[in-house]
Design a protein around this ligand. Structure first.
Ligand code: TMP
Length: 207
């Protein structure tokens, strides 16, 4: 699988500030005259948004395998309907979450076999990997507190602190295995400081 230059993902635990940084980076590219879209998983398409509702409604009691397949269903639609066509059109794609979230949440945190995830990934998304991934790292309790203050409450915010620590450690494990692609950013700081770090990485790598 090759890393596509115009494809960037943001990853991180709940409340790590990904969506703000996705918008800032999209604005950075736009202000330099580049074509760019920002998108989100689960979601990013009409079908994906319906799947997102199913996945995140707090009252849905869902089997781990159902959950896993719904994330892949949303991604199958997203890569074909939005991401591939944009990249082929020389448009930079910035996504708020992608495959690393599945490995961290369904793999490391839920305990689904990582080999199964890798087999499914080969079917759903055989040839597309982000060129860069920003992993916004933050203390789990701090992230959950931020979301509570923003009144954000979905199915995953109801999980235990231990679950979210497994997610965070999963992300850090992925970053340690692929340091070229995955850049860990300290997300405990102000949005401006975080954004400056991200732009610095982009300017170093985007030649
Ligand atoms: P968020 O976009 O508001 O962070 O919500 C998406 C939720 O879905 C978040 O709790 C992480 C979770 N998620 C997974 O568990 N697996 C995945 O593959 C993706 C993309 C997200």
């Amino acid at each position: 699988m090759s890393r596509a230059k115009g494809f960037i993902s943001f990853e991180g635990i709940e409340g790590s500030g990904k969506s703000t940084q996705v918008k800032c980076l999209a604005e950075y590219f736009r202000s330099r005259g580049q074509k760019v879209i920002d998108t989100v998983e689960p979601g990013g398409t009409g079908i994906g948004e319906k799947i997102r509702e199913l996945l995140l409604e707090p009252q849905n009691h869902m089997e781990p395998l159902t959950e896993l397949l719904l994330y892949y269903a949303s991604r199958a639609q997203h890569v074909r309907e939005v991401i591939y066509p944009a990249i082929l059109d020389d448009t930079i794609v910035i996504t708020d979450r992608f495959s690393d979230s599945t490995v961290a949440y369904q793999g490391y945190a839920r305990g689904i076999d990582l080999k199964l995830l890798s087999r499914l990934n080969e079917i759903v998304n055989p040839d597309l990997k982000p060129f860069l991934t920003f992993m916004l790292d933050l203390d789990v309790e701090e992230g959950l507190k931020r979301n509570r203050m923003a009144s954000k409450k979905d199915r995953f915010e109801l999980e235990t602190v231990e679950f979210h620590n497994r997610v965070r450690n999963g992300f850090l494990q992925i970053a340690s295995e692929e340091p070229e692609r995955v850049k860990v950013i300290d997300a405990s700081r102000s949005p401006d400081e975080i954004s400056r770090d991200i732009v610095k990485v982009i300017e170093e790598q985007w030649r």
